[in-house]
Design a protein around this ligand. Structure first.
Ligand code: ATP
Ligand code: ZN
Length: 310
């Protein structure tokens, strides 16, 4: 990797400009006002693109029941990425012991027990049980706009585009295979229009998830062969372009896991799309520079960065 292509100089520039605020942990950053305004501006562009379809707007917290993670087999595919939540249930004596160990920066994990929630690893997970609980879908299925979803993935990295905590701007379609595939097809074209409005060259390519281990290589191959996942890629901080948006066809995976029934009683299929908001902001800064005030006026206008602050 050539020196100026390594992730660090771009990350350092983002930090120096106040766009990213280091926490001391890799992949965990605060965000400066300008960076956030770029994220919000892009989020609104997606809002505008989603609105004509009449999607139902739902919002979920950044925690999911552990049961959901178990039902979808998350640990078979991504055991390395999960963030489980542990809490304390002991008595006062044990609390004092734990506090003392923590004060000395020792290992206090032995005092904790696993809670019934985990951090949300993908924005759309909470919506499937919610849809299943409503009973059978209508004939035209369901279309959900989940907004910016805060997610966690245990992948600490020096690459500023590989965060542990970030936001996926998710939209989900549930219904027949034809309905969800037609929707995904339409959105792959639409996403390119959205990126064109902010003058981002965005290439769509077939992709795979980072499945764990040797078995995972087979899963990834299969996912590619069936074209279950597409990504829009753009240069950010490394030599290889980074995924700024994903378009996933889950077949009947979530339909089965949570018992989502179509109007005709068959198991529902689903697809989701996710824009990585921080990655999009960074791709824009890579493309137009980290000095947001000097961006092309058309791009500023599209992102509503030229008007008064909201
Ligand atoms: P789901 O499990 O809901 O189907 P997904 O497969 O769409 O999720 P990804 O494709 O892994 O999930 O992520 C969606 C988007 O989130 C990516 O296109 C990318 O822009 C962003 N993203 C993924 N991982 C990271 C990360 N570590 N840091 C920042 N952004 C990320
Ligand atoms: Zn999703």
């Amino acid at each position: 990797m050539a020196a100026d292509d390594s992730p660090t100089p771009f990350r350092d520039e983002l930090v120096a400009r106040g766009h990213l605020i280091p926490s001391g942990q890799p992949g965990v950053f605060g965000r400066g006002d300008e960076f956030e305004r770029v994220c919000t501006g892009f989020d609104r562009l997606v809002d505008d693109a989603v609105a004509p379809d009449g999607a139902e707007r739902l919002r979920f917290p950044p925690l999911v029941p552990k049961l959901s993670i178990e039902r979808v087999g998350y640990l078979k595919s991504f055991p390395d990425l999960i963030g489980a939540v542990f809490g304390f249930r002991g008595d006062e004596a044990e609390a004092a012991e734990m506090a003392q160990t923590a004060w000395e920066h020792g290992d206090w994990s032995g005092h904790l027990r696993q809670m019934d929630v985990t951090l949300t690893p993908a924005g759309c997970y909470p919506c499937y049980p919610a849809v299943a609980a409503r009973g059978r879908l209508a004939a035209d299925g369901a279309l959900l706009d989940l907004g910016p979803c805060s997610v966690f993935r245990n992948e600490p990295s020096d690459d500023p585009a590989r965060l542990q905590a970030f936001r996926m701007r998710e939209v989900v379609r549930i219904g027949t295979p034809e309905q969800v595939l037609e929707w995904r097809e339409r959105w792959m074209r639409r996403a390119q229009d959205v990126f064109a409005r902010v003058e981002l060259d965005a290439d769509v390519d077939v992709a795979n998830d980072p499945f764990f281990g040797r078995g995972g290589r087979m899963l990834a191959k299969n996912q590619r062969a069936l074209q279950l996942k597409f990504e829009v890629l753009a240069p950010i901080a490394t030599n290889a372009p980074t995924a700024i948006s994903s378009f996933n066809y889950h077949q009947d995976h979530f339909g089965h896991a949570f018992g989502i029934e179509r109007h005709d009683g068959e198991v529902a299929h689903s697809a989701c799309l996710g824009f990585g908001l921080e990655r999009v902001a960074m791709a824009l800064m890579r493309r137009h520079g980290t000095d947001v005030g000097s961006w092309p006026s058309d791009v500023m206008r599209e992102l509503r960065l030229d008007g008064p602050r909201p």
